[in-house]
Design a binder for this molecule. Sequence first.
Ligand code: GDP
Ligand code: MG
Length: 164
Amino acid sequence: SKPIVAIVGRPNVGKSTLFNALAGEKISIVKDYPGVTRDRIYADVTWLDKQFTMIDTGGIEPESKDLMLSHMRQQAEIAIETADVIMFLVDVRQGLVDSDFKVADMLRKSGKPVVLVVNKVDNFDKLMPDVYEFYNLGIGDPIPISANSKLGIGDMLDEVIKHF
Ligand code: GDP
Ligand code: MG
């Protein structure tokens, strides 16, 4: 079966936007643990000669800051359990936040391949200095994208399929 790529990241970083940009039409919502917020959204993606299944682990995201960290830990656990490659999505506009460091630590310790993707880089020239800040997470090179404008998506996918 195809490799699984999971998208992990805080609410509002653009997971669904990226997912929809990559997914085309084949999107399915799978709710497989009744009573637990483990809704996952799956899509098949083809890039060059490679195919993979992408999972948005976001599900229904909490509004409160208190619940957010536990939600993110749960997302990261699902990704670590099920994915071959984890895409960790962060937001250049919000910059680095404490929960990003906590999730980065979990992902690093898992030993799974992680691709660090910095979204909302709508202007590469202007925002690149802010992208470099994400090296501080200690999980590798930050890859700039704009999910809205579909900038940087090809380079990001090249990085993802290197790990298959
Ligand atoms: P999720 O909660 O992580 O799934 O994030 P969403 O995909 O729902 O996006 C949250 C907000 O960020 C929405 O208003 C999107 O339109 C916006 N957004 C997503 N990608 C980009 C981007 O590349 N640039 C900008 N400026 N906004 C974006
Ligand atoms: Mg979403």
